[in-house]
Write a protein that binds this ligand. Structure first.
Ligand code: FES
Length: 244
């Protein structure tokens, strides 16, 4: 059997050591990788064979959990869904921008999750439950199909210049979560959620830059969804505050 040809890559990683006396530095690793290898494989090879102190997150390895998001040559992507053959031979890996760095490629998601909490990221319905389940028509289901594919990897919020500059802005990910529940026919808290996202740190801070859409690994039209929320908020304001 012919041996698999290996391509040579140089992976430059922006690293950060939080220990006293530690600092920010760049780690450079020359790696031979097979063409079908993923960036996550490269990171695991570095950790196993070159430097076991390298810190990064991963869990599912298949684009489901959202934990392996990093910045690759300036674009946010999932390491487990990025093929080495699609990257240049010199590649720069950095932690997600707009998040405090804990160590190397591991960032702090606390503020990100706090913003999700602020939009009530759960179904609210106090009506007595039906015998079996709260049914939806196919059309009602289709309205939430796109936003429920969000894996909360943080790529969208990190790529948004407003999110990075304004520590209070809810950001595309939390606003998408609000859209997901506001569009859900079974939910009864749409009006309350709209009020929460219509303040100075909500939907009106989005300037339609589309960076979030560009970086979403699930190709969700996040800017379009925020636009829908803006229309609903205006409708609500003109209907005397009633739920649109
Ligand atoms: S490891 Fe789960 S999305 Fe990449």
């Amino acid at each position: 059997m012919q041996p698999i040809p290996l391509n040579q890559y140089v992976i430059n990683i922006r690293r950060f050591d939080p220990e006293p006396g530690g600092c920010e530095r760049r780690g450079s690793f020359a790696l031979p990788m097979p063409p079908g290898a993923r960036l996550l494989d490269a990171l695991e090879t570095i950790k196993a064979e070159h430097d076991s102190s390298l810190a990064f997150r991963r869990s599912c390895g298949h684009g489901v959990c959202g934990s392996c998001a990093v910045q690759v040559n300036g674009r946010n992507m999932l390491a487990c869904r990025t093929l080495m053959k699609d990257l240049p031979h010199q590649t720069i890996i950095e932690p997600l921008q707009g998040f405090p760095v804990i160590r190397d490629l591991v960032v702090d998601f606390d503020g990100f999750f706090d913003r999700h909490d602020a939009v009530m990221p759960y179904l609210v319905n106090n009506e007595p439950p039906p015998q079996r389940e709260r049914l939806q028509t196919q059309t009602e289901q289709e309205r939430i199909l796109e936003p429920i594919t969000c894996i909360m990897c943080g790529c969208c919020s990190s790529s948004c210049p407003i999110y990075r500059a304004d520590g209070e802005y809810l950001g595309p990910s939390a606003l998408l979560k609000a859209a997901r529940f506001i569009s859900d026919s079974r939910d009864r808290a749409g009006g309350e959620r709209l009020d929460k996202i219509s303040g100075p740190d909500g939907i009106w801070r989005c300037h339609g830059i589309f960076e979030c859409v560009e970086s979403c690994p699930k190709e969700i039209d996040i800017t379009g969804r925020i636009g829908e929320l803006k229309r609903l908020a205006v409708k609500k304001a003109f209907s005397g505050g009633k739920k649109p």
